[in-house]
Design a protein around this ligand. Structure first.
Ligand code: X5A
Ligand code: ZN
Length: 678
């Protein structure tokens, strides 16, 4: 399993610049590259990456996507004077040539291909290329929207050809629609293209009909083009996360790519003059973390747009930090997608229903008249708490954004230590646990007794169960003191250990602790004060306790053929967990578990996006392969085996839907359809 993160940056690419006045193009400045790199340097991220040199892409490589005519025009601009350059530039929508543009564009292509080679050869696990000019608007025969050659599209063709790949996912989180990329792969089922973009009912550039949600691909490529148009500005963290939970990730897991390429524009981040969106830099850490779970971690991030230098730099840092495996920063603020976002999500899900198995049983019959209703929704703005207040336009707000970024980043980037994982060394575990797992000594009986007799006496009634708490206590203690980020404790009594762990961390001062319990939970702590949220995944309904806001029982028995738990994790567990925003996650595996190693690994991997990646795993079944898999996932040594994707049965889809209906008022990230009557 490859490790390490590549970083590609070449100062040469700052020589491409606008020579005349043009109010449309003047935001695409060389400093976008140099200041992002400076920012990476200042957070000491550069030295943690593997430096990979850029190279010029060859003509042959460019011709994988572009016409010979386009290549020749570009080549001919190298020797032109300013007047001639201006004239050629005017042939395109929003593009400028400089004498060095052709050279830079070839470097941008080559840098992208170098990244693909570094990842595909196993020299690194993932990486980022900082390139200019960007690529995703560029088409077979035309420059467009600051883009000359389509770096990411060329990379996809190159990877298919050189490495024989059959499934590549392109995630385009730039705020503009990568129409160039869409055109190139429209009929190609081997490339799944996802783009969200500012659309405003076709009013925003490039104002194309084919950027809407109903452009699903053509011919054999039907179903492999996913457009999620944002019809309002001001979309934020919750809207982006909802898009990942309810649209991109289920499709991506079902598609099962061999390589993931990101058209990584940060003009979808807060403060950007083009996007006018509100998503904060750390959301990009989450998006990156999710994508790292695909394709065995093979992830190439390639810069596209991003025009607010500070916001751009911080977001680039968040991305690289996450690629390096650092803890994922917590997202702050209320977690609820806005009505307009939910409407878009619902529309794209409906449009793709014929092509994806996981959507097969979704009830979308009520959607027919949605497009006619959408103008109502556009004006409705009925619920001020779920709808964005206003655009960031005036200067006052610009100052706010600057200040926000400054304060915010100080908090986010500095105090978080790199991931450290602890476990107690019982039962010869050092022989099968991965490297970097820190072995700690269990607490002894007197220490535990002292702790338990005061505050947990009501929970721990039998003396003989005391000892089984030793492992849990010492690891929880290290997590609470921030000595380690996460850890695994073997316990003979998972339910008791979890109950004590929950109460102990609340007593320590945590406001919200999430507990995902797999198996029969023999004791259920009192969750009334909201400081704990328990999700119990079990075979049958547990007697004695009905589901409520802070105790949710999810009956699920993993399919024997493969993993059908994806749909429950993405469609229910993660949205609830992100709505809750825990400070600590406890994942406990008790007796009679209804999930296999695959399902549990999936849970552990994805729950690491929460609580600054603080996770305590308590495992009753000390089956080696389970312990090993959880440990590997916690140290991020490898992407765990999630097993083969199996779509959920009708019955299971109904179960998730029922739970969603039951809880979406309380846990708003569950919302993915606009209910009748709004
Ligand atoms: C790469 C990128 C934006 C072009 C905007 C033209 N291009 N109005 O973000
Ligand atoms: Zn853009």
């Amino acid at each position: 399993m490859a490790s390490g993160t590549a970083l590609i940056y070449d100062e040469e690419m700052t020589t491409h610049k606008l020579l005349w006045s043009d109010p449309i193009c003047d935001i695409e400045v060389p400093e976008r590259l140099s200041s992002s790199y400076e920012q990476l340097r200042s957070y000491h991220l550069v030295e943690r990456c593997v430096h990979v040199p850029a190279r010029e892409g060859s003509e042959e490589e460019i011709l994988l996507v572009h016409s010979i005519e386009h290549l020749e025009v570009a080549k001919s601009t190298q020797t032109m004077n300013e007047e001639e350059l201006k004239r050629v530039s005017e042939n395109y929508d929003a593009f400028f040539f400089h004498p060095s543009t052709y050279h830079c564009a070839r470097l941008a292509v080559g840098a992208t291909l170098q990244l693909v080679d570094a990842v595909m050869s196993g020299r690194v696990c993932n990486g980022m290329a900082l390139v200019r000019p960007p690529g995703h608007h560029s088409q077979r025969n035309a420059a467009n929207g600051f883009c000359l050659f389509n770096n990411v599209a060329i990379a996809a063709e190159y990877a298919k050809l050189k490495y024989g790949l059959q499934r590549i996912l392109i995630v385009d989180w730039d705020v503009h629609h990568g129409q160039g990329t869409q055109y190139i792969f429209e009929e190609d089922p081997s490339v799944l293209y996802f783009s969200w973009h500012r659309y405003e009912h076709q009013e925003f550039w490039p104002s194309l009909k084919e950027s809407d949600y109903d452009a699903v691909g053509l011919g054999k490529g039907k179903g492999f083009n996913i457009n999620l148009p944002w019809n309002k500005v001001g979309m934020g963290n919750s809207d982006y996360l909802a898009a990942f939970f309810h649209v991109l990730l289920p499709m991506a897991f079902e598609f099962d790519p061999e390589l993931v390429l990101v058209s990584s524009g940060y003009d979808s981040g807060i403060g950007d003059p083009e996007g006018q969106m509100n998503a904060t830099p750390e959301v990009f850490a989450h998006l990156t973390h999710f994508l790292m779970q695909l394709a065995n971690g093979k992830l190439c991030v390639i810069l596209e747009g991003g025009y607010h230098l500070k916001s751009l730099g911080e977001s680039v840092c968040m991305t690289v930090k996450t690629l390096l495996g650092d803890p994922v920063p917590q997202i702050t603020g209320e977690m609820a997608p806005c009505l307009s976002a939910v409407e878009s999500i619902q529309n794209v899900r409906a449009a793709h229903k014929p092509y994806w198995k996981w959507l097969a049983y979704e009830d979308t019959s009520f959607l027919q008249n949605l497009s006619t209703k959408s103008h109502l929704l556009k004006k409705a703005n009925s619920n001020p708490s779920t709808e964005h207040e206003s655009k960031i336009t005036n200067n006052n707000n610009t100052v706010k954004v600057e200040r926000f970024l400054e304060l915010h980043m100080k908090n986010i980037l500095f105090p978080v230590p790199p991931i450290k994982t602890a476990t107690t060394g019982s039962e010869g575990s050092e022989h099968f646990l991965p490297e970097h797992v820190q072995l700690v000594k269990e607490m002894d009986k007197t220490e535990i007794k002292a702790l338990v007799s005061g505050f947990y006496a009501d929970l721990v009634k039998e003396d003989k169960t005391l000892l089984s708490l030793g492992s849990m206590f010492v690891i929880l203690d290290k997590i609470l003191k921030k000595e380690v980020c996460n850890g695994i404790a073997a316990s003979l009594t998972a339910a008791l250990s979890a109950a004590v762990a929950l109460r102990h961390s609340v007593r320590f001062g945590f406001q919200r602790v999430l507990c995902v319990f797999v198996g029969d939970m023999q004791m259920i702590p009192d969750t009334e004060d909201g400081r704990m949220l328990i999700i119990n995944i079990c075979d049958k309904e547990q007697s004695g306790k009905a589901s409520c806001k802070h105790y949710i029982s999810l009956n699920w028995k993993e399919d024997a053929e493969g993993n059908d738990f994806f749909s429950a994790v993405l469609g229910f567990i993660l949205p609830v967990a992100y709505s809750y925003q825990p400070n600590l996650t406890v994942i406990a595996v008790g007796p009679n578990r209804s999930l296999g190693i695959n399902g549990i690994s999936l849970l552990v991997a994805l729950l690491q996006g929460l609580a600054e990646s603080r996770i305590l795993a308590v495992i009753e079944d000390t089956e080696k392969s389970l312990m090993q898999s959880v440990a590997k996932t916690l140290v991020r040594a490898s992407t765990p085996p999630f097993g083969i994707y199996v779509p959920p049965t009708q019955e299971k889809v109904n179960k998730i839907k029922a739970l969603r209906d039951q809880f979406q008022q309380e846990w708003k990230m569950l919302q993915c359809s606009v209910k009748e009557g709004i």
